[in-house]
Design a binder for this molecule. Structure first.
Ligand code: TYM
Length: 367
């Protein structure tokens, strides 16, 4: 019997920020270390997902490399045979299965995906002229020529990423929950139609239970703390990238939005900025090897009245975290990463092709 699979990925465009790092990369690296005796751990770089929205293609190759280096600097043990680190684009079965699944996916189903709606809305708000916004036909023309089909149906590719490897557990932030639900739906639909083709990932609630606090964590934007920290934020002021100069990150924290209540309290609803800083502070302390919980950080600072002083504490520790992380990053062994990618890609092509052939047979492409 093969071991159950835990699988996750972080897209390779732009820089990775602390939301991705603490929300996805670090939990999966920690888990990979803790659980690799009982699970296969698939940690992949979804590089085909990188250009669902426009990017600078001349930087893509480097950011793919940089993703692998970040996993390594975060402590991923490259010599562990149960851990697989690979690039999606090096395993053609991802695109092939995505196409087949596309043909069993409803247009309406994809239209309801909030990530698609949010991202295309962002495009509309930022790029469309007054004239286009008031003229419905023009608005549609602009959307149709600028919002890609890739953005529209990338949840299908994501389902293929998961189903090819029969993953049971998929640790992702809650912005990806709907895509996970879709993956379960399409797997069940295909299984009903063609017999047992896919392992259906565990229900999201069960995944939350399994991963405990690791999943569903949402670091917020520093400028607008009611929305999540996101790499597509245009100004970059609300986002701390792992590659930021420590002093620049210090400044971003010092100018983070707070509130007018004037007292540090953990209250996500009424004091989202301060609450976010309390969470970030806990995470950078944990990364420094300190055994602290969010509750302990909260009780240490609750009631503090000078936001400037509180922010300085957070800013100092975030700057220290970045300096340490960047030193670890500079020290990674490039050759070891290259070897790991190549051997994982060899092994994962075999696993993925086995699933793909089963599906191709079921739909009548093979005997
Ligand atoms: P992506 O690259 O946008 O984000 C990668 C992971 O980081 C999480 N995340 C956050 N977590 C906490 N706080 C934040 N502010 C924050 N921002 C992002 C995301 O939830 C995600 O878990 N479609 C996926 C990549 C993907 C994938 C997959 C993941 C493609 N195929 C298969 C798992 C399985 C995405 O765009 O994530």
């Amino acid at each position: 019997m093969s071991k159950p699979v835990i699988l996750t990925g972080v897209r390779a465009n732009n820089d990775i920020h602390i939301g991705n790092y603490f929300g996805a990369i670090l939990p999966i690296v920690d888990m990979a270390k803790r659980r690799s005796a009982d699970f296969d751990i698939n940690l992949f770089i979804p590089d085909l997902h990188s250009f669902t929205t426009p990017i600078d293609h001349s930087k893509l190759y480097d950011s793919i490399r940089s993703n692998a280096r970040i996993y390594t600097a975060a402590g991923l043990p490259l010599d562990n045979q149960a851990i697989h680190l690979y690039r999606q684009s090096r395993i053609p079965a991802h695109s092939e299965l995505a196409w087949i699944l596309d043909c069993f996916t409803g247009f309406g189903e994809m239209s309801r995906m909030t990530q698609f709606k949010d991202k295309s809305r962002k495009f509309i708000d930022s790029k469309m002229s007054e004239d286009e916004l008031t003229n419905e036909q023009k608005a549609w023309d602009t959307i149709h020529t600028n919002v890609s089909v890739g953005l529209f149906n990338y949840p299908v590719l994501m389902a293929a990423d998961i189903l090819l490897y029969s993953a049971s557990y998929v640790p992702v932030g809650d912005d990806q929950t709907q895509h996970l639900e879709f993956t379960r739906d399409i797997a069940e639909r295909m299984n009903r139609k063609f017999g047992d083709l896919f392992v259906v990932p565990k229900p999201v609630a069960q995944q939350h239970q399994f991963f405990g606090n690791d999943q569903g964590l949402r670091i917020k934007d520093l400028v607008n703390p009611t929305k999540k920290m996101s790499k597509s934020d245009d100004s970059g002021k609300g986002v701390i990238f792992l590659g930021d100069e420590p002093q620049a990150a210090h400044k971003k924290i010092m100018s983070a939005t707070t509130d007018s209540l004037g007292k540090v309290q953990y209250d996500r609803e009424n004091q989202p900025g301060i609450s976010n800083l309390l969470e970030i502070l806990t995470l950078v302390r944990q990364d420094a090897g300190k055994d602290v919980s969010l509750e302990q950080t909260i009780s240490q600072y609750t009631g503090m009245e000078r936001y400037g002083d509180f922010k300085r504490i957070v800013a100092d520790e975030v700057a220290e975290f970045l300096a340490n992380f960047q030193a670890r990053l500079a020290a990674v062994d490039e050759q070891a990463i290259e070897d790991k990618l190549e051997s994982s890609e060899r092994d994962m092509n075999l696993v993925a092709n086995e699933t793909l052939h089963r599906v191709q047979t079921a739909v009548g492409l093979r005997r």
